[in-house]
Design a protein around this ligand. Sequence first.
Ligand SMILES: *Cc1c(COP(=O)(O)O)cnc(C)c1O
Length: 328
Amino acid sequence: MSLWRYADSIPVSFEVAARVSMGEGWTPVVPAGPDLPGVMIKLEYATPTLSFKDRGAVVLIASALERGATQVIADSSGNAGAAIAAYASRAGIGCRVFVPERTSARKQAQIAAYGAAVESVPGDRSAAAAAAQAAVERTGAVYASHVFDPVFLEGTKTFALELHDQLDELPGAVVLPVGNGTLLLGAAIGFGELQAAGRIDAAPALIGLQAERCAPLVPGAPAVDPSATAAEGIAIPAPPRAAEIREAVERTGGCLVAVPEEAILPAQRDLARRGMFVEPTAALTWAGLLLARERLEVDAAVGDWDRARALVAGRVAVPACGAGLKSI
Ligand SMILES: *Cc1c(COP(=O)(O)O)cnc(C)c1O
């Protein structure tokens, strides 16, 4: 079983996709534990390159292959780059990935291991994107952008379709990280499709989490400082799809909240004690759930935490997005 169970709703040729697929998707959903009733964790690191980005990358690269690409350029804070590099190599497509220079060494090594050229760019995530776009203009390579190419979201939407098929009943809320919002926007598309097909009455409320030190979408957050958070994977100072993210959250009755930095490490430990070892960025998502369930001695005040607490009181799903070994 893989995300290709939903091939009919993914706008690429299944024949082409089958050439690059590595069986990504259909990740396990497990209960958090008896102390957190109603909380389900979807193991999004249980994938070929160890993050949920494989969902979008396989579709993005299959689509590039369909369009006859021989060279792609991507920019990434790490995990999207690793996923795109892996699938590009498998497709026989050359790949260059622009990353911010502070991207963890392990993520850079992973990207290089797949055979991609890693271009380390001084500055934040926006500087890496600008360098990639300049290289696209110079070389004529295809821009394999997980942020701008909407086909990436056609892959990440399967997160929602799977949750619907894996659980007897969808939870009332889903807690999701928000950097560029590729998982949140994909989930919104997936739940929207289920609703349009009359298979669910309403989408779960989407609760979007940002790091308090880099929370451009959360009103009242301190000045954005992407280099100051351990959650490197969501340290996006100016997400290009900000308006769409806000709209998706509002449409589902969800909210956007900022997670304090000091909640990340205790959450990483907590999740590891439940058997799941994730990187700090993924731990931030778990921290959001623990804070909303009032299970951490950390003061979370920036953003609509009252709403978040009310929404997670019932059944709720949380992804564990990236493996811990990526960043130790
Ligand atoms: C990419 C990523 C995120 C955030 O995804 P966005 O699309 O930037 O919102 C969160 N956690 C991990 C581990 C990631 O790799």
